[in-house]
Write a protein that binds this ligand. Structure first.
Ligand code: BES
Ligand code: ZN
Ligand code: ZN
Length: 519
């Protein structure tokens, strides 16, 4: 018998609690009291009440510290109150530029910082005074929803493998969102929605963070199946023999070197409305990318358990959407394989034939993502004829180099749909940036032995774009947007509400996109 990874551990579970409160922070018993201030703010009545209750010199203190509410300004005021010390936290939001409202992302990061403080101090409770929604030109519901999402995302940590309790971070924390009683319903609705979305983001992160020997294609298929069962969604899976038999040479070829069988998992959400559009969500699911026989250098391989981040985002977003119930149909399709070198692995020089009959020369077995996505896209187009396709893939190091960790690369020839994706990403906090996508780049993937080649020519370079063009051979005329999330899926620095490891990029974007598709 061979060791097959640690026994699969528990699923991601939420342990924090978020509730609405209509009282003043001055009456709160919470361990931390959190205020947000825009630039040049006025010390308001609510702050004064807290000052009267806990720290009469609070206004002077902030002035002495030159706290002006600038973006990124952050002050923690510890106060003794009875037998307990409390923290009063002030986070700056800055001001809107060019007569516009304040960028919402500034608020997300301010919340993230405050939550991390509460977590690192191991506090049990925190009270947040929700800032005015008009600062950001958003609704009270959206503000509460996003606050909830960021609290949960900031508390997430992949720490279940630490054997010492002291190495784990605190997640059982009660947060109260304080707002005027006229906002009660909107805030409570927002909290509910936020909990659903954040749960899915964190679930995706947990799958990505799990060691690759724990989460292989069969295991992730099981997770998708469980979700489908729980929400009554249609679910289909194809085994490796079926994948081979159906002529999916890309997916079969990439899985050929691995001890773990490849899978194709399809999860469907149907809204039940006549004439509703059908959206195809496609996610790259390489549960570990060693590079195959074109093996990666050790350092590039260190984080390659992240190579199923696209698939995780697709499955997790559909879990959320099954509860939020937008008026669209969604077909989530995830090709899953482990890319390993072995005596049975695909070799450089091999030619694979895909589900739609097209062929590709495999010059580099490390350019495997496009090979598995090709079969999934072809299957989706043939059997579902979707109105729109979006795929998410940790596809190229080139994209990570071009854009760094703050924007996913977006490639599309369909401007209207690309604009929708860009807006959804911006609203949701998963930013994307367009790369040029003209046919000049298409020549890069010519092959002398097959229809196309799986690596681009060294003269044209632009590896992210040429990889995108490879995929274009499998979508026919369907409006389609490709997102390369290689730079944004894992270990993103400088954003307060992320930590080490997976970001769950794409989940928030897909949820927003589906919910706003018909608008
Ligand atoms: N999974 C990698 C891309 C990647 C790199 C994801 C860094 C996340 C972080 C992909 O399969 C790959 O290896 N691509 C090659 C393509 C090349 C051989 C044409 C790359 O980017 O080097
Ligand atoms: Zn690779
Ligand atoms: Zn890969």
């Amino acid at each position: 018998m061979k060791w097959q990874g640690n026994p699969f551990l528990t699923d991601y579970e939420d342990t924090m609690k978020i509730t609405y409160a209509d009282t003043s922070l001055a009456q709160s018993k919470a361990d931390a009291l959190i205020f947000f201030a825009s630039e040049d703010f006025a010390f308001n009545a609510e702050m004064q009440k807290v000052a009267d209750a806990f720290f009469p010199m609070l206004k002077d203190f902030l002035e002495n510290e030159e706290f002006k509410g600038k973006s990124g300004q952050y002050i923690v005021v510890p106060v003794a109150s009875g037998k307990k010390n409390r923290l009063i936290i002030f986070a700056g939001l800055g001001k809107g530029k060019n007569n516009k409202s304040i960028e919402f992302e500034t608020y997300r990061r301010a919340i993230g910082s405050a939550v991390k403080t509460v977590q690192s101090k191991k506090l049990d409770t925190a009270a947040i005074q929700l800032p005015a929604a008009h600062f950001f030109d958003v609704t009270d519901q959206y503000l509460a929803e996003q606050t909830t999402i960021i609290i949960k995302m900031a508390l997430y940590a992949f720490d279940e493998f630490f054997s010492e309790e002291s190495s784990k971070v605190k997640k059982e924390i009660d947060f109260q969102l304080h707002a005027d009683s006229s906002k009660k319903d909107a805030v409570e609705r927002g909290i509910k929605r936020g909990e659903i979305i954040a749960h899915s983001v964190n679930r995706a992160r947990h799958w990505i963070d799990l060691p690759p020997s724990n989460l292989h294609p069969v295991e992730l298929t099981k997770k998708a199946h469980e979700i489908a069962h729980k929400y009554g969604l249609k679910f289909t899976e194809f085994s490796e023999p079926e994948i081979i038999q159906m002529g999916m040479g890309g997916l079969a070829g990439v899985g050929a070197g691995s001890h773990h069988d490849a899978k194709l998992a399809i999860i469907e959400y149907h809204c039940g409305k006549k004439d509703a559009p059908t959206l195809g969500f496609v996610g790259k699911g390489i549960t570990f990318d060693s590079g195959g026989l074109s093996i990666k250098p050790a350092q590039s391989m260190e984080t390659m358990k992240e190579d199923m981040s696209g698939a995780a985002a697709v499955i997790a977003s559909i879990e959320a959407l099954a509860q939020l119930k937008p008026d669209v149909n969604i077909i989530g399709i995830t090709p899953l394989a482990e890319n390993m070198p072995s005596g049975t692995a695909t070799k450089p020089g091999d030619i694979v034939r895909f589900y739609n009959g097209k062929t590709a020369e495999v010059k580099n077995t490390d350019a495997e993502g496009r090979l598995i996505l090709a079969d999934a896209l072809a299957y989706l187009v043939k059997h579902y004829k979707p109105d729109f396709i979006i795929d998410l893939a940790t596809l190229t190091g080139a994209c990570a180099y071009a854009l760094g960790p703050f924007f996913s690369g977006m490639m599309s020839k369909h401007e209207k749909e690309a604009q929708k994706v860009r807006e959804a990403g911006h609203r949701a906090g998963d930013e994307v940036w367009p790369l040029p996508f003209t046919d000049d780049y298409k020549k890069a993937i010519k092959s002398t032995a097959a229809d196309i080649c799986n690596i681009g020519s060294s003269k044209i370079k632009a590896g992210a774009i040429t990889a995108g063009f490879f995929l274009s051979y499998f979508v026919d005329e369907t409006p389609w947007v490709h997102l390369d999330i290689a730079g944004t899926a894992y270990d993103v620095p400088g954003i307060s509400y992320y930590g080490p490891g997976a970001t769950g990029v794409g989940v928030r974007l897909l949820v927003d996109l589906a919910e706003n598709w018909n608008k």
